[in-house]
Design a protein around this ligand. Structure first.
Ligand SMILES: Nc1nc2c(c(=O)[nH]1)N[C@H]1C(S)=C(S)[C@@H](COP(=O)(O)OP(=O)(O)OC[C@H]3O[C@@H](n4cnc5c(=O)[nH]c(N)nc54)[C@H](O)[C@@H]3O)O[C@H]1N2
Ligand SMILES: Nc1nc2c(c(=O)[nH]1)N[C@H]1C(S)=C(S)[C@@H](COP(=O)(O)OP(=O)(O)OC[C@H]3O[C@@H](n4cnc5c(=O)[nH]c(N)nc54)[C@H](O)[C@@H]3O)O[C@H]1N2
Ligand SMILES: [Mo]
Length: 708
């Protein structure tokens, strides 16, 4: 048995005999879920996991990914000690070192770089994990750098920015009271399995459903009307529907007059999208767009699904999002019962219906005098809205040193295969003076680091969690950390102490930070910690609809801005104040297929489950879904392989012909080591508004691979 195996299989000293059922959450997927788990533990080791029946989110259910928690926890490539690189970057040769040595070296190198080049020569990056983010952001700020950036440079924020520009507030659906649900880029069965169930529930009381998706998906079974636009053409479709509503006098004129800004200019622009061009622009026949408009006109109360990925993952994504949500403004569905409601965030970008001191904690030490964050010049609206780095500009900044040098990256869980054109990021990581990666596993990204630190999973740590409906929870570890792994929050605290950062909260630890954030609430951390499931705030009452519009929205005009005064005030940005439409780029005759890399599959979550046996067994090989027509044209059958090529690279995938995909389009999943889709994407095909990558409207060529 190697030392790695011995550590993985060792019993935890002092562990009890007999099986105990302990409770925690699953943080494998989106924070909107984080389902409750019952974890069966014997001798300090997890035997199995089940969904917790009393948890307000999942009520006993658990998805494919959640059921993989035990194998995820014990993945053989867990990092168990701090490591120092001894080989070349990327080679994967490391020596174990002590925590003290590791922290000492990290502290010294980061402080030296700050002394030589300024604090903004260091970027603090977070991958998909989120639980430590308020502390991490504050850490970067106290260090003196605005260069805090995260995976949310490519997820969710584009929609958030669309709302920020329009209303100054995040938004959410009032599904239980709406009578028309528009699922725009909504499938959910694989990505958020509880959402379609909620739609299904509400259909029973008569709610109508429109589904708008380029593919045929299981969500179609819920739909009264289905529209299949081509990927990335949603903006044109939304503008056509808007024009139809306006031309037929189906809008809420009083509401528009009182609460909406820029209607005339918007209506004039939308008039260019109509029966003459909608099909050519989007692939949706005019009659269907008109039918959607008619259903919206008939509905008293409409809400539209929020989207973290499919609408945003295009070079025109944020404008499309604005165009879609504008339909809520003109039909008077915003801030009205059964419509889209303003939903200020409580904690970790989740609207839970109550307030915490997170914002003050997170941004109270913002280094306003420091140089603007990574990407601020290239994506000024991003910077205006977020006051953090746009990670999609990181590799350019490192490689060019413009406008200022970038020498070090300290990352909590970076997956380089998240970035479009990730070869450029690899070059950038190689060019750094110092790179630290903290992860659960010795990933291909960690292999480029100078120091790698072992993090622990949600099973091995305690964390604060808030849920919609007034719920809070503070979990406790269900097993001891494996090997010498530590929680990210503890790592940040130890580093803050080692670096003598000027901040008692960070040096005081995660509990101290959490207590600060929760200080106004009538619950203590200990109460939350003792409960096996989330605790509902005493006397919780959900916020009422219709309050914000009367009070005035936090926008320059106080209204829902179809014409953005924030954008209009900055003509130098070169962005349009109206939700204008730019078609996705075409690859011409050389690259005739539209490539959409990323639609969710039930057994994978980005890079983190590809090496988990149960998850992998459900789809052992990365696949490309193509239409039956294209399969015939290419002369391939299921099981054959195709080479997918773009100007940036090529890879081979198993072909999955399906009737759910239209001719000319290819759908794949991402994050695989052996067929890395992001190596095929243009690192500079980015949305000028949000900086988001065009993962879902790239282009490619395909050919059959003839086995030798
Ligand atoms: N199993 C699993 N679940 C996940 C994840 C995962 O990786 N695996 N990831 C989590 C994360 S980080 C995120 S952001 C969410 C994403 O969650 P979702 O947005 O629900 O996931 P997708 O499957 O990517 O997209 C939903 C639907 O949008 C359609 N779509 C694609 N392109 C377009 C387009 O241009 N226009 C329109 N109208 N529709 C389009 C797709 O065909 C798909 O059916 O999922 C979360 N949940
Ligand atoms: N082509 C394409 N690319 C995409 C997308 C797409 O649809 N298509 N989706 C984009 C979206 S929406 C998202 S959200 C991102 C996903 O973002 P990624 O960051 O790529 O997500 P993961 O690979 O799940 O996780 C990153 C790393 O975090 C590590 N990790 C897990 N838990 C912890 C922890 O508690 N602490 C620490 N320190 N590390 C941990 C994992 O082991 C992994 O190495 O990818 C984006 N990239
Ligand atoms: Mo995401």
């Amino acid at each position: 048995m190697t030392r790695q195996e011995a550590l993985l299989h060792s019993k935890i000293p002092g562990a009890e005999t007999g099986i105990q059922v302990r409770h925690t959450l699953c943080d494998i997927c989106t924070p909107q879920m984080h389902c409750g788990l019952d974890v069966y533990v014997k001798d300090g080791r997890v035997l199995k996991v089940e969904g917790n029946k009393n948890h307000p989110v999942n009520r006993g259910k658990l998805c494919t990914k959640g059921l993989c928690n035990r194998q995820y926890l014990y993945r053989p490539d867990r990092i168990l000690t701090p490591l120092r690189r001894v080989g070349e970057r990327g080679e994967g040769k490391f020596e174990p070192i002590s925590w003290d040595e590791a922290l000492e070296e990290i502290s010294r190198r980061l402080l030296d770089i700050r002394a030589a080049h300024g604090a903004d020569a260091v970027t603090f990056f977070s991958g998909y994990s989120k639980w430590y983010r308020p502390m991490f952001r504050r850490f970067a700020h106290v260090f003196g750098s605005q260069n805090y950036c995260t995976e949310s440079s490519a997820c969710f924020t584009s929609g958030l920015m669309a709302w920020q520009v329009a209303t100054g507030l995040p938004a959410g659906m009032d599904l239980p009271r709406c009578d028309l649900f528009v699922g725009w880029g909504f499938s959910g069965y694989y990505s958020r399995y509880l959402q379609p169930a909620a739609v299904e529930e509400n259909r029973k009381r008569g709610m109508k459903v429109i589904i708008i998706d380029p593919r045929t998906t299981p969500a179609q079974r819920l739909a009264d009307l289905v529209l299949h636009p081509r990927p990335g053409t949603d903006g044109a479709l939304a503008l056509t529907i808007a024009n139809e509503l306006i031309q037929n006098g189906w809008i809420d004129r009083d509401y528009v007059a009182r609460y909406v800004h820029g209607f005339e200019a918007y209506a004039a622009y939308a008039a260019g999208f109509n029966s003459s061009n909608v099909e050519a622009l989007t692939g949706v026949p005019y009659e269907q767009a008109a039918l959607a408009a008619k259903m919206m006109a008939r509905a008293e109360r409409m809400c539209i699904s929020e989207s973290s990925a499919p609408i945003g993952h295009h070079a025109n994504g944020m404008q499309s999002y604005r165009a879609i949500m504008a339909l809520l403004a003109i039909t008077g569905s915003y801030d009205r019962p059964g419509g889209q409601l303003p939903a200020p965030h409580t904690y970790m970008e989740m609207p839970c219906g109550f307030e915490t001191r997170e914002e003050e904690f997170m941004n109270g030490r913002f280094p306003a005098g420091a140089p603007a964050a990574v990407g601020a010049e290239r994506f000024p609206l991003w910077y205006e809205c977020r006051r953090e780095g746009q990670a999609m500009d990181l590799s350019r900044r490192i490689l060019t040193g413009e406008p200022r040098p970038m020498k070090a990256v300290f990352s909590l869980g970076m997956n380089l295969r998240m970035f479009p054109g990730d070869g450029k990021l690899i070059e950038a990581l190689k060019a750094l003076d110092f790179f630290v990666d903290v992860d659960l596993f010795l990933t291909d990204t960690a292999k480029y680091a100078d120091i790698v630190l072992p993090a622990c999973t949600s099973m091995e740590r305690g964390e604060l969690k808030c849920y919609p409906g007034g719920y809070l929870w503070y979990t406790s570890p269900v097993v001891e950390p494996l090997g010498e792994a530590k929680s990210d929050a503890d790592i940040l605290t130890l580093l803050a102490q080692k670096m003598s950062l000027d901040d008692d909260l960070l040096k005081g630890g995660y509990d101290a930070c959490s207590a600060y954030i929760l200080q106004d609430l009538p619950v203590s951390i200990d109460t939350l910690r003792q409960s096996p499931t989330p605790v509902k705030l005493p006397d919780f009452a959900p916020p009422e609809a219709g309050k914000w519009l009367e009070k005035g929205l936090p926008t320059p005009t106080g209204k829902f801005e179809l014409y953005s005064e924030v954008i209009a005030a900055h003509p130098e940005w070169g962005l349009d104040p109206l939700p204008t439409y730019t078609p996705p780029k075409s690859g011409g005759a050389e690259y005739p297929y539209t490539l959409s890399a990323g639609v969710r599959i039930p057994n994978a979550l980005h890079s983190r489950l590809h090496d988990v046996p149960w998850a992998r067994s459900l789809r052992p090989e990365p696949g490309a879904e193509i239409s039956l027509e294209d399969a015939e044209k290419l002369g391939v059958e299921e099981g054959d392989r195709v080479r997918i090529s773009t100007p940036w690279g090529s890879t081979v995938l198993k072909v999955l012909p399906t009737a759910t995909v239209r001719a000319g389009e290819v759908y794949t999943y991402h994050g695989y080591r052996e067929s890395d889709m992001n190596a095929l994407l243009d690192p500079d095909a980015l949305d000028p508004y949000s900086g988001f990558p065009a993962y879902r409207s790239a282009y490619c060529q395909m050919e059959k691979v003839v086995e030798a």
